[in-house]
Write a protein that binds this ligand. Structure first.
Ligand code: SF4
Ligand code: SF4
Length: 291
């Protein structure tokens, strides 16, 4: 797998970099959920809506439109620390948290989870790149009776998937590009390597929903979706969620001073999404548009 050289041992500190948490989410696992985003992902999908989640380190994000030039000619030229910035034009993304801190955040809304069939979802970035941290955290959440989902793209060590396969209640497993060469060149990872984690989860009888982002020019191609459908059907997975392209991440690339490959691309229409949905329905899957 291409990408940055990630030292998986870092996770054994029982701490992880939490990018942010989101309460009262109605997505990503059912019911009312608390989403916990862990920072760091070895892939580099050009459409990534959370580019600030990719680096496995705390970093500074800049919003020039908030800069009042109190200390420099521009936000980009400013050498102050984020804590000094009076307007939030510079902000630190990510915070080291230990297992107990994360469990404490997760349990705060347990009354809402109970009433709605919700729970906690780890997302990212790629949460399985913090699998040692999750191996400590998930059992504690389960001891409290909380439903736990993990959203993953299949990156991270195989051993982590094996260890967590049955303690996680629901895996939301993203698949993107089935062609091996295109997968390596476009997102920086081998499809077969990512898919091997999904195969392992199914061998362990884990509950899995496969999710596919529909990205014009990248994943949203009939041949690609048919290949993914064939691979997934062989694992007896029944549920597919299709996630149509949107432009929510565009401004973040500017804030990080990075180029955005899908600048100006149109959001996917309902008709297009329905057309792609029918590819999977014709093959016997239960299909949902949106996560
Ligand atoms: S401290 Fe903040 S508002 Fe002031 S110049 Fe720096 S970035 Fe701009
Ligand atoms: S796998 Fe997800 S978090 Fe990682 S780069 Fe791709 S879209 Fe972004």
């Amino acid at each position: 797998m291409r990408g940055r050289n990630i030292n998986y041992k870092d996770g054994s500190m029982e701490k992880a970099i939490v990018m942010n948490t989101q309460k009262f989410s109605l997505h990503d696992g059912g019911g009312i959920r608390t989403l916990i985003f862990l920072k760091g992902c070895a892939l580099h999908c050009p459409w990534c809506a959370n580019p600030e989640s990719q680096n496995r380190e705390i970093e500074v994000m800049r919003k020039p439109n908030l800069c009042i030039k109190c200390s420099a000619e521009s936000c980009q030229a400013c050498t102050q620390t984020p804590v000094f910035c009076p307007t939030g034009a510079m902000a630190e993304i990510g915070e080291w948290m230990d297992v107990d801190q994360v469990v404490s955040i997760a349990r705060r809304d347990s009354i809402f989870y109970d009433a709605t069939g919700g729970g906690v979802t780890f997302s990212g970035g790629e949460p399985m790149e913090w699998s040692a941290f999750l191996k400590e955290t998930v059992p504690k959440l389960k001891e409290e009776g909380l439903h736990v989902a993990v959203e993953t793209c299949g990156a991270g060590p195989m051993e982590g998937y094996r260890a967590l396969a049955n303690s996680v209640d629901l895996w939301l497993f993203d698949l993107k590009i089935a062609d091996e060469r295109e997968s390596k060149s476009m997102i920086g990872a081998s499809f077969e390597t990512l898919f091997s984690r999904l195969r392992l989860l199914r061998e362990c009888q884990a509950k899995v929903v496969v999710r596919i982002p529909l990205i014009p020019g990248f994943t949203a191609k009939e041949a690609n979706l048919i290949r993914i459908a064939d691979c997934v059907r062989a694992l007896q997975i029944e549920d597919i969620h299709l996630l149509p392209f949107h432009q929510y991440g565009e401004g973040k690339y500017q804030s990080l001073g990075r180029e955005y490959a899908l600048e100006g691309a149109s959001p996917m229409t309902e008709e297009e999404a329905e057309r792609f949905k029918s590819i999977f329905e014709e093959r016997g899957f239960r299909v949902q548009i949106g996560g």
